[in-house]
Design a protein around this ligand. Structure first.
Ligand code: ZN
Length: 249
């Protein structure tokens, strides 16, 4: 008995350490209003779990997703969980998924959506790039600026120019005044530019100004990662770009 007590602090410490390094946080859904919700899933950046956002849009004719969960070609648990959440909580079929660029945080769950019979669309460029990355190809049918109606909800998909990638698009919900900026837009919580592997740093600021002139009235701007808020994230992205440029000199 005495010896077990002697070990107790070590056992407790062990449990604590396990909890501290416990893997990825759970998938979450946060409503923006009664029609639009943010889905957040986690991927690992190095060994640190990092959140990735997408939208769930409820329409009179089913659910539209913007971006899949952050999955890889071999593990699609996040998108499976997202589909399960929609089925259990919204009781509506998922009609469509729009993917906003060809990186695994935005389109890694494409095979899971296909399995569930969900149509997945993107621009032709994103479709070509997905195939190069080894993912199933979305249907590359979206023109660079297009608005369509699903269940009376207008949804505008817009390519503002290159930035995070050569193919990044934003999604605008004019009735809601909600802009989904994807990875082109940095959260005000972001301290750096993130993954620049496929970025176009020369054109990024111009693309942000283009977003500002088109969607500057947005009440809510949802970036691809971390916290969302108002249009301050657009200004913040420009500031981060300036800071990054200064460090490159
Ligand atoms: Zn990306």
């Amino acid at each position: 008995m005495r010896s077990l007590l002697a070990f107790l602090p070590i056992l407790l410490l062990h449990t604590f350490v396990q909890a501290q390094s416990s893997p990825t946080p759970k998938f979450t859904v946060t409503p923006l209003n009664d029609q639009v919700l943010v889905h957040t899933t986690y991927g690992l950046v190095g060994k640190i779990p990092f959140p990735s956002n997408g939208l769930i849009i409820k329409t009179k004719d089913g659910v539209v997703l913007v971006d899949t969960g952050w999955d890889s070609d071999t593990n699609t648990d996040n998108t499976r969980e997202l589909l399960r959440w929609v089925a259990d909580n919204l009781h509506q079929p998922v009609r469509l998924c729009i993917v906003t660029h060809a990186h695994e945080d935005k389109m890694g769950g494409i095979s899971e959506l296909r399995k569930a019979g969900v149509q997945v669309v993107s621009t032709p460029l994103t479709a070509r790039k997905s195939v190069k990355l080894g993912f199933e190809s979305p249907e590359g049918i979206l023109p660079n600026d297009t608005t369509f109606l699903i269940g009376q909800e207008p949804i505008r998909c817009y390519f503002p120019g290159q930035g995070h990638t050569s193919d990044n698009i934003v999604v605008w919900l004019p009735n809601q005044q909600i802009l989904y900026g994807g990875c082109l837009i940095k959260s005000v919580a972001a301290f750096g530019m993130g993954n620049l592997a496929d970025a176009n740093l020369a054109e990024w600021a111009g693309s942000i100004r283009n977003v500002m002139s088109h969607f500057g009235t947005a009440r809510i701007v949802v970036p691809g990662h971390q916290d969302w808020g108002d249009t301050k994230s657009l200004e913040h992205t420009l500031t981060l770009l300036e800071k990054h440029k200064a460090t490159q000199k």
